[in-house]
Design a protein around this ligand. Sequence first.
Ligand SMILES: [Ca+2]
Length: 154
Amino acid sequence: MTNKIKLEVFFNKARNLIPSDLNGKSDPYCKVLVGGKKIGKSKKVKKNLDPVWKERKTFELKGTYESLCEKQLSVHVMDWDMVSGDDFIGEWPGVPLRELPPNKEVQYISKLTKVKTGSINIFFKLITPIEIEEQLEEKKRKIKDQIKKEKLDN
Ligand SMILES: [Ca+2]
């Protein structure tokens, strides 16, 4: 099975983020990770603890569908800083990529972990070639048939 797998992300919004700057605000943006490696990020919203990004972006994923299935999709919310390094202000621990149905958009609304407050509202769509979708359907059918058969045998 070859590549051409992409992840479409709609960075919607976050709420009640923790302040990370001296002005009592943060400049939040999202970093998307697959298997712990950064694949892309959103734009930043300046001086805001309830940022609305409303940004849609597509990232290419490396590896076969099978290998990607095992990898964890997660998001780090970061505070952008002009001078020093950016600060971590929360994490969506995420899901393994196999939990995303092919070519269907899924919304996650989740509390952020490793911080006191904050939640995120984000959409993902795993874009896979139609052959992969068909193969998954075929697998599901086979499992169903197998279950039916077992029921008849008993
Ligand atoms: Ca900042």
